[in-house]
Design a protein around this ligand. Structure first.
Ligand SMILES: Cc1cc2nc3c(=O)[nH]c(=O)nc-3n(C[C@H](O)[C@H](O)[C@H](O)COP(=O)(O)OP(=O)(O)OC[C@H]3O[C@@H](n4cnc5c(N)ncnc54)[C@H](O)[C@@H]3O)c2cc1C
Length: 284
């Protein structure tokens, strides 16, 4: 894609950028983007693409990465829309040299200043679809920024499908209490759902300083394994997994233990996938 072919309506302006984790943990920033285009329609839980200028590995003029829309609203002054994303600043280790290097899009976004223009694409459909049957059980399992699609998802379940009858469970792991800010404890929107009889959230923090979010998730699942396992075995249960891709092995480990063997868990997981009851949104 060449720069002069970019639709100007996809130019957004950075309105606010706030670090929501402390200096001791991975940097996560909340970014508010303004799009001066009243017809830009999206739903929370969908994602936008961010185009970072400069060639990517495949020779394209832009490096593109997706970010989940955590919240959004029509702006009262002007015709545009605002949306919020959470971005975790990523670093990777080069397999060949062993050296650490910064992720391009996440560092571009975390370094951006208020007033900067950011080119976006989308919005893109969420891979998480609410089951039609209100008596279905829903288990959400995630870490870190994986909370972003879940917050939107829980909101949709209770706002759009009144009187949800199935059980809704959120298992969320975080490295420190501050990471729980991903859950937006400040304006604690999830609290709205705690009064719903069917909703329960299990948060976990890692006890040891060096272990990661996925260890916290393991801990949370293990502490509630009876209920989690009973629900997972239920043929009316849908599982949604989101966050960094190291969530998957941690989840497998706990479930292999609960099911008694790697084979038993592999068979059940495959059955859920075949029946459309297993959805993931994992990224590196
Ligand atoms: C639907 C969706 C929603 C997402 N939502 C969020 C969110 O809300 N918040 C958030 O912080 N992140 C989110 N991500 C992850 C995000 O898109 C980026 O992958 C992440 O920020 C790292 O990108 P980067 O450009 O900084 O790293 P890169 O410069 O791309 O990273 C370097 C290396 O890491 C690997 N890599 C990293 N990401 C990808 C990828 N997406 N595809 C292929 N290879 C990759 C590649 O090996 C690459 O060479 C989401 C991803 C998806 C698919």
């Amino acid at each position: 894609m060449s720069e002069n072919k970019i639709d100007p309506s996809l130019l957004s302006e950075l309105k606010a950028t706030t670090r929501i984790t402390d200096d001791e943990t991975a940097e996560v920033r909340e970014l508010v983007l303004y799009i001066d285009e009243p017809f830009f329609r999206f739903r929370e839980g969908q994602s936008i693409g961010v185009l970072v200028p400069g060639k990517d590995d495949l020779g394209s003029s832009y490096h593109k990465r997706k970010y989940t829309i955590v919240k959004g609203n029509q702006v009262s002054t002007g015709d545009g829309v605002e949306l919020t994303i959470l971005v975790r600043r990523c670093f990777y280790i080069d397999d060949f040299s062993g050296e650490e290097y910064p992720g391009r899009a996440s560092n571009y976004l975390c370094d951006a200043k208020v007033g900067d223009s950011i080119i976006i694409t989308g919005p893109y459909r969420s891979s998480f679809a609410i089951p039609d049957d209100k008596s279905s059980n829903i288990i959400m399992i995630g870490t870190g920024t994986g909370i972003a699609p879940f917050r939107a998802f829980i909101g949709h379940i209770y706002k759009e499908k009144n009187d949800w009858e199935g059980q809704v469970r959120l298992f969320y792991g975080a490295k420190t209490g501050l990471d729980l800010l991903y859950m937006n404890d400040k304006n604690n929107d999830l609290v709205n759902y705690y009064q719903e009889e069917t909703f329960q959230a299990f948060n976990a923090l890692t006890r040891r300083p060096l272990s990661g979010d996925e260890k916290a998730l393991e801990h949370s699942l293990e502490e509630n394994i009876k209920e989690a396992w009973d629900l997972i075995k239920n043929p009316d249960t849908y599982v949604f997994v989101a966050g960094l891709d190291n969530v998957a092995p941690s989840l497998d480990m706990v479930m292999i233990h609960a099911s008694g063997s790697k084979e038993a868990w592999g068979t059940l997981k495959q059955k859920m996938k075949d029946e459309g009851r297993w959805s993931t949104l994992l990224y590196s």
